[in-house]
Design a protein around this ligand. Sequence first.
Ligand code: FAD
Length: 535
Amino acid sequence: MKKDQSAPSLEQKEPSVHEDAHHAPKLPYGLFAETVRQAPIAIAITDDKANIIYINKAYTDITGYTLKESIGRNQSMLSDKRTPRNVYEELWSKLSEQIPWRGLLLNRHNDGHPYLADLTIAPILNLQGETTHYIGMHRDTTEVYQLQQQVVDQKLLIEMVVDSMPVPTILLDEKGRIVLDNQAYKKLDSDLGLREPSKMFMQILREDMGEEWERLKSKNLGFTNREVRYDRGGRHGPRWFACSGTWFSRDDASVDAFFKQSANTYLLLTLNDVTQQKKIEADIRFNALKALMAEEEKIQSLRETLLGAMHHIQGPINLLNAAKTLLERRGGERQNPALLDILEQILVAGEDSLDRLKQCIPEADGTAMRMVNLNQILHECIVLLTQRLLAAGVVIDWQPTPILPTVMGMENRLRAMFKQIIENAIDAMNQSGAQKRELRISTWPDEELVNVCIEDTGPGIPENLYVKVFEPFFSTKSGGGRHHSGMGLTMAQEVINQHLGLIRFDPTYQQGCRVHIQLQTNAQQHSGNRPYAYG
Ligand code: FAD
């Protein structure tokens, strides 16, 4: 068996420090004895059978046994008899290999109360390398253990409470790392198809709250019910979360902060899924929207009829004007003043009629500008047009960017415009009798722009008509069950102009028609610049 070189030898007459430390002064034997006697840790020296031959003062203090009560007795006198057998077996197995052993034993104090002993036993060897004695050193670690257990219990309790909460809850450290989460949050991971939803929520909330975020954090305050909309796209409807957070600081528990106290800030975040409530609200909203849209369509149709009438009256008036100018040039005033007078009267009456018609045109709905989420607007259009899409056998491929910056806009006008463009696409696919009927609607942010792309698998628009289709009363369509005034894209262009945006048809798209719309994000819109991408 290999001798443990670190174990001290009993037969060294002159107690001396280790050879490596030969520069250290030699110490008198009495000093060693006194050091052991006064050491603030329970020390016992036993023979090779664990029979006690020496104990120090701290041993009596901790065990309650005096020197007289201890000498000659086995160390097993301290055993509470509840320490499992295998612990002793392991202890003795190590000692028999002359390897020091350290572990926890349940001891019984002289007065009968149990205590937990953190014990180290080392063999003491003679010059032949045989174990002749053991030295045992232990401290009562009951209090530390109880405190540790309390911490563990409290942590478990907190975890259980947090885990049983039905609302997704996370505790994040200053760097946004999850310190604690619950089952409801873990479920959210798979529900949203995201690896770490916390990052997304933090980003949105931070952006949404701006400077308010840092202000609340620095004061250890919180926020409640901040709504976050998440569009996963495809067959998944939008999800809504009411987010509440509370910041708090805790003393840094790392050793770095042992002498110099510092604090760590944590954020307790709850993500209450309010999608159901939002759905109910959305249903109510849709019904109101339907009525509103129907009303707006009536007004729009009236506008178009009156504009059409004006357009048709304007033609003969222009001709009459030309005839009058010609007559005047040819001296009509002298030759045929009566005809010139009649022409003049007809023209005045015509202009008057035009003016009257113009006054009858109802004003376009001028809703106030507000922050608008285009994902929401487009989703509403899809829902509003569900019946038509189903009837036309059109498959919708809805690909929103989950989190889209808002734009400052007139919600109703934007909705009417997108509805018009989608209706155009349905009409085009219906009219061409296309076999494959797909409508892909995608959104994405791009620097300070929000892009919307609406693609259909219809016949597309010939390149030479890309500009013309925006002209009033121009239409490539006829029949199809709907009235086509040729004002739809004119209206779309008007709405886009009002929002300082851009609309164009993509000439590179071959599978049908692709309309690309760009609107400025809320931040960019304040600068009043148009996007540069397309002229
Ligand atoms: P035991 O019959 O004493 O022993 C249990 C197991 O240990 C058996 O498998 C046995 O074969 C083996 N064993 C016992 N003695 C030896 C030996 N000399 N050599 C090889 N194997 C052996 N125990 C405590 O409960 N609390 C203490 O504070 C404590 N302090 C100790 C301090 C020292 C310096 C030493 C050397 C031992 C100490 N012990 C202590 C262990 C103690 O001696 C007993 O082994 C233990 O208490 C179990 O006692 P037992 O009567 O139940 O079983």
